[in-house]
Design a protein. Structure first.
Length: 246
């Protein structure tokens, strides 16, 4: 059972570090993870350190954290499966150049935008800015990416992410499913990067859920983060009842 973080477990906030989970949602994941035969993961574009900080899920807990769109994980099995997509020393050099160019761009031309530095990416944030101001910052950031061959450009919600990671959420989450011999897989996501997971989870017993509006390959949809939290609670109740009845 895997869920995305921003826009699913946690409502959006203009300050990325203030985007905290819907009250009770992480405890629901803990209850699910405590059930025999249920494996739980939080999958995010956040880097692993930040994901751990925001979820407050500890290293000693049985919930797998997958960060940087699959490039980082608390699970050795996922790390091994994603080894070919790991960030190389050459990628680190590209990332340092990218950071420097984006910092210069924002400082000189788009001081209203915010930069988030991640272990495998630089993100330009424009949430809350007037549309034309945000669009101009995103367009210029795209141009910076063109100067750095091999950089992946991901357009998210009020963000442009420039990444040196070669991973994707779909590969990471299906690797975890294989590792635990999952017979049915659940994935909740809200953004374009979650579509990689939705398209890879097409078995009859898989349950894929898009949170919010927009086209999707997911089979089902809920309206927003509180509805996603309510769905997780219902799944926990059903799994718990199935366990009790044997
Ligand atoms: O894969 P996710 O867990 O959905 O993470 C995707 C990106 O989420 C974050 O940005 C989004 O949430 C911010 C906090 O609410 C918001 O300010 C921003 O507008 C959203 O796009 C995060 O900051 C990125 O690094 C993640 O890649």
């Amino acid at each position: 059972m895997a869920t995305d973080y921003d826009g699913v477990l946690a409502p959006f906030d203009a300050d990325p570090m203030q985007a905290t989970p819907v009250p009770g949602a992480v405890d629901t994941l803990r209850s699910l993870a405590a059930l025999p035969g249920v494996h739980v993961a939080v999958v995010s574009g956040r880097d692993l350190v930040t994901l751990r900080t925001l979820t407050e899920i500890g290293d000693d807990e049985p919930i797998v954290l997958i960060g940087s769109h699959g490039a980082e994980s608390s699970s050795a099995a996922v790390r091994e499966a994603m080894e070919a997509a790991a960030v190389t020393p050459e990628d680190e050099v590209t990332l340092a150049e990218l950071r420097s160019d984006i910092e210069a761009l924002v400082k000189e031309h788009h001081s209203e935008a915010h930069i988030e530095l991640k272990s495998a990416a630089v993100v330009v944030h424009v949430r809350g800015l007037p549309r034309e101001v945000g669009d101009a910052a995103i367009a210029d950031a795209r141009r910076v990416a063109l100067d750095h061959p091999g950089v992946k450009v991901l357009k998210g919600k009020s963000v442009l992410e420039l990444s040196v990671s070669h991973a994707d959420k779909g590969s990471a989450v299906t690797a975890l499913g294989r590792h635990v011999d999952a017979v049915a897989r659940v994935y909740l996501g809200d953004d374009v990067t979650d579509e990689d997971a939705f398209t890879r989870m097409r078995r009859p017993d898989d349950l894929t859920v898009k949170v919010g509006t927009g086209s999707t390959a997911a089979r089902y949809r809920v309206a927003d983060e509180p509805a996603a939290a309510a769905l997780l609670t219902r799944l926990q109740e059903l799994c718990s009842a199935a366990h009790v009845s044997g």
